[in-house]
Design a protein around this ligand. Sequence first.
Ligand code: ATP
Length: 343
Amino acid sequence: MSVIAIHDLTKRFPSVTALDQLTVDIGPGVTGLVGANGAGKSTLIKILLGLQPATSGEATVLGLDVATQGPAIRDRVGYMPEHDCLPPDMSATEFVVHMARMSGLPAASARERTADTLRHVGLYEERYRPIGGYSTGMRQRVKLAQALVHDPRLVFLDEPTNGLDPSGRDEMLGLVNRIGTDFEISVLVTSHLLGELERISDQVVIIDGGRLLRASSTAEFTRATQVMVVEVAPYDSGPDWTAARDRLGHALSGHGLRVVPDGRLLMIDIDREEIFDVVRDTAAELDLGLVRMEQRRHRIEEIFRDGAVGQQAGARAGAAGDPAGEPPVGGPDQGGAHRVGTP
Ligand SMILES: Nc1ncnc2c1ncn2[C@@H]1O[C@H](COP(=O)(O)OP(=O)(O)OP(=O)(O)O)[C@@H](O)[C@H]1O
């Protein structure tokens, strides 16, 4: 069943088309919505919540029509907005209780759910202090908690890692992952970084300039290549990895394998089953330690690295200053309708 079904959705502002005939079906689980800054991610979320009308096209969320059933959608869906929108004079507890009450929870259960949710997102004693004194990471956690407090079936998280340092990003991604796995709440999470959502998403939807570039399961994006990655180190003669790599490379070429060095690694074409045995035995004969031997997987960012759209997107995200230094989105326009997730 589709959790979100989007058909031919267009949103025009006076000077820009934010969404351009977008068609995509999203199933349950964690879905990464990836696009450079300005790609149309926030606009899509606002339309899906029934907060903004589309110019044309249709969409349903949990089977509800975004054009006519916005309040019912917002009953069932949690929303973590991108920008800071927290009252500095209230404590996290006061604010989240307030949001729970706004969602219709009675006072006692609003307090109970707030305590549970704040603990779940990792806010403890500090939850009684005014939000104005919180770090960016703590503020993001408060925004996440208010999205979860009314026990939604689905949450929209708009750039939850924004403004966080690498360890803060990892923690936030861990939390997002747990929402999907431990609580079985479906998640639509956005990012302008291609690689970031790869490890927590069941499916990935990539948009650029309001158009769909590609949508598929993460496993399909990151499927195994026919290349083996091998790293060796000498057992006894110090840290001379170049010599170790080249000795193994020459020996494997002598066995008829196609071998290309890449930094510390050797990339070997997998053209037959026995290659894994040949590499293992040859390394042992040369008295080299095998540090790594694995089938290489695609990274999502590689799929789009050379696309023309990617270069434009890269220029935009670069201008915005990308704290993680990860490549942004882009790639050849593949167009058409796509379906991701379990039917
Ligand atoms: N209310 C609005 N009025 C006019 N233009 C808008 C409005 N909201 C968004 N836009 C424009 O629509 C385009 C898509 O914006 P949107 O915020 O959806 O992108 P985004 O992918 O969420 O990027 P970011 O993460 O930078 O917010 C941008 O060009 C933006 O300037």
